[in-house]
Design a protein around this ligand. Structure first.
Ligand code: 3H9
Length: 698
């Protein structure tokens, strides 16, 4: 079936695009629209409507074609043909007109949209800029500031907002095609004027060099290390200082620079990785999915409360269980405070917030969980306590209910054994703050049924999480790798680096925060208590936690006590290096006979990132993660790894596996073989001369 059809409806020619799932601008689609415009030119139509079938208007260029040999007509060539049409072309928008899709609409002469539609230029999220005239046309319609905000954030806006900034001309209700045809007739009645966005002069009132300088500084702060936002700024400057044609050339040049950059390659990888992570190899597509209409949550602490918010935010009622009325009240107060914050930020009305809170019912009785479709346990991180909870759930919950644990480390198989229905037991590992963080590790136990797994994968999408499946092991994908990363941070401290040396290196690399600053934010008591629950063997070498323990014992628990690896200003929470910490480190180094010497930034970076990568390889060879890109999704969405580096496993390929393997060998002889055993899979791929991507695709 052709992806584009053309039909005459009286005096209106209708070009219909039908390229599921999102009408991406593939080569076939571009050619099809070109042919239709030529056909319309020759027939008796007086105006043309461009409309799409399916769930959305064109959602952008076809990302899977990027990096391949370009085929004519390019999108820019097609848009020049559309714009040059002597008959007015009207874009009729529904769903999401994104990227090249919005650029196509902007090359049309008129734009109408359903009120439910959204428009946006998300190219920046792929390390790109709008490359088919968007950077030149948008400022002509919206003005400079609104254009920059739209393109550098990549966030879509509603049709109403788009109307208010002139991106669209009209909002219509009801059947889009008949409304667009009626609009076309109106335009014909008014003389079928051709309105080209290119002919508009950019409003430069109040826009100075100073404005661009300041905007550039803001971008540098917000999008640390990312190149596309700055290039978008340059394009918009060109829209002011150059003719439309020259501006298009500037845009093209900068677009090609973006397209060829490693940042864009990484971000495009992340786009597909995130969608791939939702797919479970070997899980039949027609696996039946259970309806989740009522959710029970055990534990109303920060974690349980955050998890509850996810469900009530999408209208699913929650029963929250705590051990007594006091603890329950405390949990509900935390939730109320979180909602109040959202209301203060203007992201929710007070009515919406209270409607959501009203969906939460508190209880102290397990019996009230009897009718729940899903129960998530979020109690203290202790295997025995968790097993007790599951034993009770097994007694009270209806048959077929999904019983989930939010454990970060414990053995899901062991927990499942506490019940008579291990097929219904699964790990749902939320990340703190659970109402904010996108990642959800879904831990499949040995006996978890396909139906339980498929239901949880589908449920994750409903509550707007990014799900990644993990097998059972200590710490699953994310925390297991984090242990090795943390180990190296601690050893670097002991061997000569300061907290700030380490955190600065990782922040400059692009991590949202350095590992020690994260420790202070989470609280050093959390790590200490987690270690307490381990056997000596599990805890490993004392050198990998002696500094953390010493700070904990001094009452330095991190930000909450005003001091941890750093000292904090109580008002501003600004952090300062603290000589006392330096002293603590020196003492510990002396106690364990570690000689301190300077460590280069290069060494710190390699030790921390290669520790992550090496563990990632082990996780792959054991089959804990399905594929390397799943690990990348975990790290980018749950641990602040820079998306523009594509996650640790994609990053490994960009560095080269041979180099990593060799360096690990060097680290083994310098820092000890006990820490630096190269993963068997890494060794194998180096010997075979393969990249990880090649291995994953083989
Ligand atoms: C661009 O336009 C550059 C131009 O400025 C210049 C050019 C010269 N291409 O997300 P979903 C696939 S850059 C190819 O699960 P949803 C996706 O992989 C582009 N494939 O659905 C998935 O495949 P599968 C600017 C695409 O309903 C399936 O469609 N545009 C594309 O949750 C369903 O996707 C963007 O960045 C694409 N452009 O969300 C928009 N888009 O089923 C990117 C999707 O095999 N897209 N696929 O896994 C989105 O943001 C969301 O897909 C959308 C729908 C909101 C549209």
């Amino acid at each position: 079936m052709s992806v584009v059809s053309y039909q005459l409806e009286g005096e209106i020619g209708v070009i219909r695009v039908n390229n599921p799932p999102v009408n991406a601008l593939s080569h076939a689609l571009r050619s099809g629209i070109q042919e239709a415009v030529i056909q319309a030119k020759l027939d008796s139509s007086l105006a043309i409507v461009l409309i799409c079938s399916g769930r959305t208007f064109i959602a952008g260029a076809d990302i899977s074609e990027f990096g391949k040999k370009p085929q004519s007509p390019s999108l820019s060539e097609l848009l020049a043909i559309i714009e040059a049409s002597k008959k007015p072309i009207i874009a009729a928008i529904h769903g999401t007109a994104l990227g090249g899709g919005l650029e196509t609409a902007l090359a049309c002469h008129y734009r109408c949209a359903l009120a439910s539609a959204e428009v946006g230029l998300p190219e920046v999220k792929l390390g790109l800029l709008p490359g088919a005239g968007g950077t030149q046309r948008v400022p002509r319609l919206t003005g400079v500031k609104a254009a920059l905000d739209l393109m550098t954030s990549g966030a879509p806006i509603s049709a109403t907002k788009a109307l208010s900034v002139n991106l669209i001309d009209k909002i219509v209700e009801g059947d889009l095609l008949s409304q667009a045809i009626a609009y076309g007739k109106e335009i014909i009645a008014q003389g079928a004027k051709i309105k080209k966005v290119r002919d508009i002069k950019v409003d430069d009132v109040g826009i100075s060099d100073e404005f661009f300088r300041e905007y550039s500084q803001q971008l540098s702060k917000r999008y640390r290390g990312q190149k596309a936002p700055q290039r978008i700024l340059k394009c918009v400057e060109a829209a002011l200082s150059q003719t439309f044609e020259q501006g298009l050339k500037t845009e093209r040049k900068l677009f090609v620079e973006c397209m060829e950059s490693s940042q864009s390659a990484a971000l495009r990888h992340m786009f597909f990785a995130q969608r791939m992570a939702a797919k479970i190899d070997g899980l039949p597509k027609d696996t039946p999915i259970k309806d989740i209409k009522k959710v029970g949550i055990i534990g109303g602490g920060t974690m349980g409360g955050g998890i509850a918010m996810n469900f009530v935010n999408v209208g699913i009622p929650v029963t929250l269980l705590e051990i007594n009325a006091e603890a329950l009240q405390r949990g509900q107060d935390i939730i109320a405070k979180n909602y109040a914050r959202t209301v203060n930020k203007g992201k929710l009305t007070a009515e919406q917030a209270s409607a959501r809170q009203n969906l939460i019912t508190g209880t102290t009785h397990y019996d009230e969980l009897a009718e729940m479709d899903l129960v998530i346990e979020a109690v203290f991180e202790n295997l025995d306590i968790k097993k007790q909870v599951f034993r009770k759930l097994d007694q009270v919950c209806k048959q077929g209910a999904i019983l989930a644990t939010n454990t970060s480390y414990q053995d899901v198989n062991d927990i499942a054994k506490a019940t008579s229905r291990p097929q219904d037991v699964i790990g749902l590992h939320f990340f703190s703050p659970a109402n904010v963080m996108k990642l959800l590790e879904i831990v499949r136990g040995d006996n978890t049924s396909d139906q339980t797994l498929a239901t949880c994968m589908a449920m994750a999408k409903i509550i707007k999480k990014v799900p990644v499946m993990s097998g059972v092991c200590y710490g699953f994908i994310g925390n297991r790798m984090l242990r090795q990363y943390g180990r190296e941070a601690q050893l670097c401290l002991l061997q000569g680096a300061s907290p700030d040396d380490i955190d600065s290196v990782m922040q400059n690399f692009g991590m949202a925060m350095g590992p020690l600053a994260v420790g202070d934010l989470a609280g050093l008591d959390i790590g200490f208590k987690a270690r307490e629950a381990l056997t000596a063997e599990q805890k490993g070498d004392v050198k990998t936690y002696c500094i953390a323990d010493a700070l904990y014992k001094m009452g330095r628990l991190g930000q909450k006590t005003g001091a941890g690896y750093y000292r904090y200003d109580p008002q501003t929470r600004q952090r300062f290096s603290d000589p006392i910490v330096e002293q603590v480190i020196e003492e510990q180094a002396e106690k364990y006979s570690v000689e301190r010497h300077g460590l280069t930034e290069h060494t710190i970076l390699a030790r921390l990132t290669f520790a992550l990568i090496n563990e990632g390889f082990k996780i792959l060879e054991e089959g804990i993660a399905q594929r390397p890109s799943d690990i990348d999704v975990v790290y980018v969405n749950g641990y602040g790894f820079p998306a523009h580096r594509g996650g640790p496993m994609f990053y490994a390929d960009t560095i080269g596996l041979e180099k990593i393997y060799k360096t690990i060998g060097e680290f083994a002889s310098t820092y000890g073989e006990e820490y630096w055993q190269p993963a068997a899979l890494l060794k194998q791929l180096v010997e075979e001369g393969k990249t990880l991507t090649q291995w994953a695709n083989s």
